[in-house]
Design a protein around this ligand. Structure first.
Ligand code: SF4
Length: 155
């Protein structure tokens, strides 16, 4: 089989490293940093280089699943799965209030520029103040100088 190499970028985190992807018979075989990229110069980290394992994992989800009354997950068409989610959200909000639901956007929805606006609007529409991203969870929650420094009293 012929291996085709494509230029792309890693979507795993905000860094968007320039990557080369080897594809054989429609399957991702390897990824590595693009040495010709003027910005990254071939850099990539282990997370990015391990993406073929995630991409080709046997347990990767290819269909929406909904847990049935038997406790098992069942393959469900997306419209039915979304209707189930909507029904459950309605039940939870009616019973516990909108702040019982949180929205987590991750690190930008795999660089989908609409992800922030859509997910934040979704949280606002529900009336929940709990909106999280990888920045709110992975980093310190607030950037502010210590009071002594701010008042000019730091020694
Ligand atoms: S290769 Fe690593 S640092 Fe670069 S975008 Fe992917 S995960 Fe981020």
């Amino acid at each position: 089989m012929t291996v085709a190499t494509h230029k792309t970028f890693c979507r795993f985190c905000h860094a968007n490293c320039a990557m080369l992807v080897d594809v054989e018979d429609g399957k991702v075989k390897a990824v590595r940093g693009d040495p010709d990229d003027p910005e990254y110069g071939g850099y990539s980290c282990m997370k990015g280089r391990e993406l073929p394992d995630s991409h080709n994992a046997a347990h990767r989800l290819h269909h929406s699943l909904v847990r049935g009354d038997d406790g098992a997950f069942h393959e469900t068409p997306m419209p039915a799965a979304l209707a189930h989610v909507a029904s459950e959200l309605r039940r939870i909000i009616d019973q516990y209030g909108p702040d019982s639901v949180a929205v987590f956007m991750g690190s930008g929805g795999f660089q989908n520029s609409a992800a922030w606006a859509a997910s934040y609007s979704f949280a606002q529409a529900m009336g929940s103040k709990h909106f999280f991203t990888s920045v709110t969870l992975d980093q310190r929650p607030r950037s502010s100088p210590p009071p002594a420094t701010a008042s000019g009293k730091a020694g």
